[in-house]
Design a protein around this ligand. Structure first.
Ligand code: GTP
Ligand code: MN
Ligand code: MN
Length: 605
């Protein structure tokens, strides 16, 4: 009798036999000592937390300061997504496109089989059935991840609907995405474990056609919580293309105006460009409210009524800690008061957490994310710049009561934005869906230290999906055009807008105060939807007429307001040249509509 045959007897009675067979085959390959099928219960979570504390993976924070909360310190080399080790292994290289790493699936399978053989020796393999989206929603999708990392189980438990309810959804004909994860650090008998096992060799691999994910060597969230970026964006963007819906790196929010009319908005900004902040916006304008539906990923499908309906497939937030403070995002600060796992932030002397930007005053002594003593004189930051909090969405005070509606919410507007020191106005409305797709396709973010008067270094991040697309980027654009045509036929396509909170003056300071004042741009967008606000044409699309946005109330001078919308033909023409190069790199699949819109942008300069 093999060891694994003993172990899989513990599969729940109702587990679908394909799931059991698959778990069996992975156990055969990876040779774990034990297999645990996760039920997602509170008792199971507490047991895992206690074990992780005993193993040194988690540090329990002071319960008087931060109840039920923990600090994890990763291996110093395992702190972020590794784009260079992320692969889209489609059968044809052309289906992965020029923006993804590609390898032939058959070759990659050989490589991974070698790496995963015996990779879980000495460890427990956890089986995590999960639902992306409310369990049973027609928009939800199922998956099963195995992992040998208790930290990944705890994170997945917060970020997805994980456990027995999800497993019960999987019947003989249900589609589910299998995902295999190992930290790649097997233990020989007698080996002592480390607090954060991982491997220098890393692979994050996606097979879009067969809808499978394999991840090796890292326990960092973006590489290891495979339900999130790997499934809900990379694999889902391919499934969406085949089934007629959209997987987007977008927040979802509900905004209600003073007369009580509600609008739903999806907004795509590249990583670290303000999605979590915008999703938790506290409007500076009296009478307006913003409620949160999601802060990172949206799945959107044309509904039975012809409108675009969206769900947040996640169940929690995996947010950037640095820069999140009482003055910038008080809602996030309130959300992480308890029941939160922090990764790579600093520890205070009284057993609480701290990071740059949390408070105006810096504590006089801390233990930094590497476990070293830290004072304000220390050179390196106390928290890693990509340190994160993991917390359940239902702890967010601004969460909308419709956030987990199985039918999703109807989308009124789609917004694209990036970090642009120059050129891009505070807000503009696309002239059409096609123009909006062009704006998304050519989206860019700029280094904040851009030299004055010059274009600055542009990094294209089309649809904010550069690291997250499981398909050829130009196919992704064509898919958005196709979905837009379908929505347009029923006259119910959302309006598309572009925003930029990051334009700078010649002296380098931000021209727009941002954060709560972003509500003024949002309010104007809702007035455009209602047909109540006027706009004038510009090369970027329709911009607010004089007086449509009360910039003075936001503390912005007339001069700065004009600078937020200034058109500099030479800089725009240089940007159009850069767009030529970018579109040429995307190759022959670039839709004619995108080329047409680019020609029109030039013609309007
Ligand atoms: P991911 O979770 O990595 O996808 O990033 P995100 O898009 O959620 O970014 P997040 O909201 O965490 O913001 C990243 C940084 O942008 C933080 O340092 C924020 O303080 C800053 N930021 C967000 N909104 C604004 C704004 O309106 N103005 C300015 N100046 N900075 C902002
Ligand atoms: Mn993100
Ligand atoms: Mn975020």
């Amino acid at each position: 009798m093999t060891a694994t045959a003993t172990l899989t007897r513990h599969a729940p009675d109702n587990a679908d036999s394909r799931v059991v067979d698959w778990v069996d085959s992975i156990a055969e390959l990876t040779q774990p000592d034990r297999i645990v099928w996760c039920d997602g219960s509170a008792a199971e979570r507490q047991r895992l937390l206690d074990e992780a504390v005993a193993a040194g993976t988690l540090i329990r924070l002071n319960p008087e300061k931060r109840p039920n909360s923990y600090l994890a310190r990763s291996n110093p080399s395992d702190v972020a997504r590794v784009e260079s080790r992320t692969f889209i292994c489609s059968e044809r290289e052309d289906d992965a496109g020029p923006t993804n790493n590609w390898a032939a699936p058959a070759e990659m399978r050989v490589t991974l089989t070698g790496l995963f053989r015996g990779a879980m020796r000495g460890r427990t393999m956890y089986v995590m059935p999960f639902s992306m989206g409310p369990v049973g929603s027609p928009l939800a999708r199922l998956g099963v991840q195995v992992t040998d990392s208790p930290y990944v189980v705890l994170s997945t438990g917060t970020m997805t609907r994980m456990g027995a309810d999800a497993l019960a959804q999987i019947g003989p004909r249900t589609e589910w995405v299998p995902a295999v994860h190992s930290v790649g650090a097997p233990l020989q008998p007698g080996d002592a474990d480390v607090a954060w096992p991982c491997n220098e060799t890393k692979y994050i691999v996606h097979y879009p056609e067969t809808r499978e994910i394999w991840s090796y060597g890292s326990a960092y969230g973006g590489n290891a919580i495979l339900a999130k970026k790997a499934f809900a964006l990379r694999i889902a963007s391919k499934i969406g293309e085949q089934e007629g819906w959209l997987a987007a790196h977008m927040l979802l929010l509900k905004v209600t105006n003073p007369s009580g009319r509600a609008f739903h908005v999806a907004a795509g900004f590249p990583s670290a460009c303000g999605k979590t902040n915008f999703a938790m916006l506290k409007p500076s304008m009296p009478g307006w409210t913003v409620e949160t539906i999601g802060d990172d990923i949206a799945w959107m499908a044309p509904g039975p009524d012809g409108r675009l309906r969206a769900i947040n497939p996640e169940a929690g937030f995996f947010g950037v800690a640095p820069g999140t403070g009482h003055s910038t995002n008080p809602t996030a600060i309130a959300t992480v008061q308890s029941d939160t796992i922090f990764t790579n932030v600093a520890l205070t002397d009284d057993g609480d957490v701290w990071w740059e930007g949390l408070t105006e005053e810096t504590p006089s002594h801390l233990v930094d994310w590497l476990g070293r003593d830290w004072t304000p004189d220390s050179e390196a930051p106390a928290a890693h710049p990509n340190s994160r909090f993991t917390v359940s969405a239902d702890l967010c005070p601004s969460i909308a009561d419709t956030w987990d509606d199985p039918a999703g919410v109807p989308i009124d507007a789609v917004i694209f934005g990036g970090r642009r020191a120059t050129n891009v106005p505070l807000v503009a409305q696309a002239r059409s869906w096609e123009h909006g797709v062009y704006i998304g396709a050519t989206l860019a973010s700029e280094r904040t230290a851009a030299a004055e008067g010059t274009l600055g270094e542009l990094r294209r991040d089309p649809f904010a999906m550069l690291p997250f697309s499981g398909t050829h980027m130009a196919d992704h654009w064509q898919h958005w055009l196709t979905v837009g045509e379908r929505l347009g036929r029923s006259g119910q396509a959302p309006l598309i807008f572009q925003v930029n909170w990051f334009r700078r003056g010649e002296d380098g300071r931000f021209l727009w105060p941002g954060f709560s004042e972003n509500s003024r741009a949002l309010a104007w967008m809702t007035e455009r939807i209602e047909g109540r606000a006027d706009a004038v044409d510009s090369p970027f699309g329709l911009v607010p007429v004089d007086g449509a946005i009360d910039y003075a109330a936001a503390g912005v001078s007339r001069e700065d307001w004009d600078a937020l919308f200034a058109i500099e033909p030479e800089a725009l023409s240089a940007e159009a040249d850069d767009t030529d190069v970018f579109l040429a790199r995307m190759g022959a699949k670039v839709p004619a509509a995108v080329m047409r819109q680019h020609a029109e942008f030039r013609a309007r300069l």
